[in-house]
Design a protein around this ligand. Sequence first.
Ligand SMILES: Nc1nc2c(ncn2[C@@H]2O[C@H](COP(=O)(O)OP(=O)(O)OP(=O)(O)O)[C@@H](O)[C@H]2O)c(=O)[nH]1
Ligand SMILES: [Mg+2]
Length: 469
Amino acid sequence: MIPEIAIIGHPNEGKSSVLSTLAEDDSVRISATPGETTECRTFPVRIDGREILRFTDTPGFQNPGRVLSEMKKHATAGTDPLRTFRQFAKGIPELHDDYELLGPLEKDAGIIYVVDGSRPVRNVDRAEMEILRLTGRPRMAIINCKEENNIYLADWKNEFRQNFNANRVFNAHRATYAERILLLEALRTIDQDWQQPLWEVITAFKKDWAARNITTVDIICRLLQKCLSLQVNKNVDSEKDEAQYRKKLFQKYCDTINQYEKEAHREIRTLFKHNIFQYELPNHSILHQDLFDERTWQLLGLTRKQVIIAGGLGGAAIGVGLDVAALGHGFGIFTAVGTVAGVVSALFGGESLSGKAEIMGIPLGGEQIQIGPAKSINLLFVLLNRSLLYYQQTINWAHGRRDYNKDNQAPTTETPHSSFTSAWSAANIKICHDFFKVIQNESANDTQQISAKFSQLLVETLGKISESE
Ligand SMILES: Nc1nc2c(ncn2[C@@H]2O[C@H](COP(=O)(O)OP(=O)(O)OP(=O)(O)O)[C@@H](O)[C@H]2O)c(=O)[nH]1
Ligand SMILES: [Mg+2]
């Protein structure tokens, strides 16, 4: 049996948004104009090509008072109120939406009733709830607060207790993976027949999520491998042009890494089924900063303490870059490479720095015009933290949420001044260090084991991000 759940409610309360979020489908039509949905549409949830659950979007109630009095009449007469109402309403234009929305219930669908809990309960809502009670179908109510206000929550819950088998607060714009699972678990309890199939659905959901996390880890590892081993070269015709070439080459190096990162992030986005709508990152997100920006490196690189740990492990250069950057030029070190000739020559042309010519651990090739592969483990941490941030934003962007209201920004779990890895222990830093050595081909023979350990660390990290509210 494939459980079918109809999402029912008053127009414009967020039914389609709830469905979109629950089914992770950003093709569901959502609009600020009431009456957007006029026909039922079923969205199958498939895992590994197998349909495991169906959600049906329905139009909003148009005449709850009239529907209720018709149904009550039939109920008192001893006939099935749902069936007889639909027979009666068929073909009556003003009852079209009411006829349509009750259709899935005749085919034994269960009910999720959606209300906007940021407004008070009205009589029409009570009529709708009673209609649903008269259908006798298993039903649960969910409170989708469109505004930041929960003063009516207790009133709604009180009404729900009389008419529904369960109720939950579920925000179509903010619900996380963990909240989706909790909602399904609540749904399981409302009907005995649903316990087994919904248990299977929940198990399949969890398995699928874990598989997506493993794929994400693969994407991140591939990205690190490609970026950290990247090397760009150029033959120089005359010494005079060397600075110019260097500048161009460094730009090429940065552009390539940026490109690799974009591709990896796009893969993550697709994996989490954000296919249509381009979501926006919160204003304060560090992801808005360029990858090759000092601030990025300061916030997402190793902490001072971790630098010492990594240094102690030997070989993993942190790079003279940070020290050079700290000389107090008053502008970004990476910008300086490109724009201020004096600094360029001081950093890369000067005798005193030859052999150390690098930016933040990315070698600039001494005498040759060659940049990379990266020598600083900090590039690994910067790329890793940026991918983890991107993952966090992606999984917490509910599919029902289509626009980013700048004036009313949803809180984000992104903490502006600490990275995911900043609290990592010396043991974890060692795992990263070993992985870095594997990429640099400087590791001993147990490369597979090292890579597996690094992947495992990332799998655990993604798991923690998924479970956090
Ligand atoms: N801020 C906020 N807006 C929401 C939320 N849920 C829905 N909306 C907005 O409310 C409007 C109506 O959402 P829909 O999901 O289309 O509502 P519906 O119940 O399907 O509407 P009809 O199909 O017209 O009956 C849209 O502009 C949504 O973006 C929410 O949780 N928070
Ligand atoms: Mg709708």
